[in-house]
Design a protein around this ligand. Structure first.
Ligand code: AR6
Length: 174
């Protein structure tokens, strides 16, 4: 059992019955491959129409849209950093993705939210370092705000799943 309202699960984020899912987007917010492509595909073309009027998004920040054909009411589009070795501000930018997304969730009365492993695919962030940041930033945020009832970290494969389990275990034993 975790002391935090955090669950690590395996699966497809587009299928989750949560209030909001987070997208690992790019600065254009106009779609892409990986999870971004999967979310746009599942939400339908109206999602792209709404994204077009947002004017992009800076790395480390997030913007919210409706979820259209998804079960989730909202999509929070967060732009993670591209990994360039770790000395280009990547940890701060990744942490900021989680905090910005959770702030948008609060503003929109979201109670349940699911995150993917932002930057851990095409953007190449080392997975265990990213998992530690994701879990720590989220746990800190949940300690200060109790509106959010559950955060799911959705892992697509066993390596990511194992890294998140380890990160959460370490936090539970701190
Ligand atoms: N559900 C859950 N996780 C998934 C799914 C899914 N349906 N599909 C992929 N993943 P990535 P990034 C995992 O590459 O590294 C796009 O082109 C995947 O296994 O989607 O932040 C954007 O437009 C990995 O662990 O995102 C950007 O240009 C994690 O989600 C760029 O990729 C993130 O992988 C963003 O790259």
């Amino acid at each position: 059992m975790s002391k935090y309202k955090i669950k690590i699960i395996k699966g497809d984020i587009t299928k989750l019955p949560v209030d909001a899912i987070v997208n690992a987007a790019n600065t254009t917010l106009l779609g892409g491959g990986g999870i971004d492509g999967a979310i746009h595909h599942a939400a339908g073309p109206q999602l792209l129409e709404e994204c077009k009027i947002l004017g992009g998004c800076k790395t480390g920040q997030a913007k919210i849209t409706r979820g259209y054909h998804l079960t989730a009411k909202y999509v929070i589009h967060a732009v993670g950093p591209v990994w360039r070795g770790g000395s280009r501000g990547e940890p701060k930018l990744l942490a900021s993705c989680y905090v910005s997304s959770l702030k948008l969730a609060l503003e929109n009365k979201v109670k349940t939210i699911a995150f993917p492993a932002i930057s851990c695919g095409i953007y190449g962030y080392p997975i265990s370092q990213a998992a530690t940041i994701a879990v720590k930033e989220t746990a800190n945020f949940l300690e200060l705000n109790n509106q959010i009832e559950m955060v799911d970290f959705v892992c697509f494969d066993d390596i990511v799943f194992g890294a998140y389990q380890q990160a959460l275990d370490s936090l539970n034993h701190e």
